[in-house]
Design a protein around this ligand. Structure first.
Ligand code: SAH
Length: 350
């Protein structure tokens, strides 16, 4: 019998003892489902902090971007604000406040799997509709969508080049510890020709869930109109190597040490996702660094305006802005990818 209280490590150990090693994607998916379902991981008391939790400026500039796109597209109705993995609801609250001031009052749809975070979102964004996935989001008008640090939480699959060819990375349980191993089945057919002869030990990582989500968003943009922003840490050129990491109490920990107790994330492959979007006939507006994008959107002016209104907060606002845009902080590693429906305008900042 499994119960909600039984540690995930015990469930995994029993499963592996019975049926053999499990896929890495299975391990990550179950771990993060357990992790997010039970807690609020954000903020200084939690395991990690995100851009909307650092400063209201982040959500405000996203709200301005979406409103600008919608207005230049002719203000089509009924507009739907859609957010994937909204966390505490802070980004939605800040973005919608700015949008309403500019005359955009969309229906609000939050795609969220965690009961703990859904409860917080209900307070932050009254009147929003919660969805398990995109399937139930209405199709009758344009979608204005944002996903911040959502794709990085979805499970990846890894292939590793061994002396015997390519194998899937699986998770085994040895002497009570979880360890990544090379699985038994040949996987050479799943590897693109350019990588097939790579050196032994080379790891290729793919995120089928991210490709599915971005493909569905792109399909809806083409069908319904609208624009989307995907923001995450990641790379814009193909690369090899594992990017799997775990964060607990703001420190990196071993991803295999305590499944379900730390946030497991990977870097987002933005090059692959742009290709997926274009395959659907969607416009890829570009993928730029978070620092450049926020600067182009006017974060300096926004910080100055807020500091004028509250002079005693000037130093704090300056520090928040630096955390969001400086290359040594979030400015360089984090990327912003913009998508839009055919016929919609080019986005500011791309
Ligand atoms: N966007 C927020 C939170 C980021 S944390 C912020 O920037 O602060 C990741 C979010 O995605 C959480 O809300 C988590 O519960 C949600 N999430 C993770 N996997 C999910 C899935 N498969 N389906 C829906 N939501 C998911």
């Amino acid at each position: 019998m499994t119960t909600a209280e039984e540690p995930l490590a015990a469930i995994f150990a029993r499963l592996i003892a019975r049926t053999g090693p499990i896929g890495l994607g299975h391990y990550i998916g179950e771990s993060n489902a357990r992790y997010y379902a039970s807690r609020d991981p954000l903020g200084s008391e939690g395991d990690f902090i995100t851009a909307p939790e650092i400063s209201q400026m982040f959500g405000e500039l996203i709200g301005l971007w979406l409103t600008d796109m919608w207005q230049r597209a002719g203000s089509p109705a009924p507009a739907h604000y859609v957010e994937l993995g909204p966390g505490r609801g802070t980004l939605a609250r800040d973005a919608l406040r700015v949008a309403r001031r500019q005359g955009l009052a969309p229906a609000v749809h939050l795609v969220e799997s965690s009961p703990a975070l859904t409860a917080l979102q209900r307070d932050a964004v009254p009147g929003a509709t919660r969805h398990d996935d995109l399937a139930t989001v209405p199709e009758d008008g344009p979608i204005l969508l944002v996903a911040n640090e959502f794709l990085d939480a979805l499970p990846v699959r890894q292939l590793v080049r061994t002396g015997e060819g390519w194998r899937e990375v699986m998770v085994d349980c040895r002497d009570g510890a979880f360890v990544p191993i090379a699985g038994p089945r040949p996987m050479d057919a799943a590897v693109p020709a350019t990588w097939r002869e790579a050196a032994e030990g080379t790891v290729l990582e793919t995120c089928p869930g991210a490709a599915t989500v971005v493909g569905e968003v792109a399909r809806r943009l083409v069908a319904q109109g609208g624009a989307a922003l995907f923001i995450d840490y990641g790379h814009t050129a193909p690369r090899t190597g594992s990017t799997l990491q775990a964060l607990r109490a703001h420190r990196k920990v071993d991803p295999f040490a305590a499944p379900g107790e730390a946030d497991l994330t990977t870097h987002v492959d933005f090059a692959a996702l742009a290709a997926v979007a274009r395959t659907q006939g969607c416009r890829w507006l570009g993928t730029v660094t978070q620092g450049d994008w926020l600067q182009a959107l006017g974060i300096e002016a926004r910080a100055a305006a807020l500091a004028t209104a509250a002079p005693d907060r000037a130093a704090v606002l300056e520090r928040q802005k630096q955390r969001l845009v400086d290359a040594g902080e979030m400015g360089q590693l984090f990327k912003v990818m913009g998508l839009a429906a055919p016929g919609w305008p080019d986005g500011a900042g791309f």
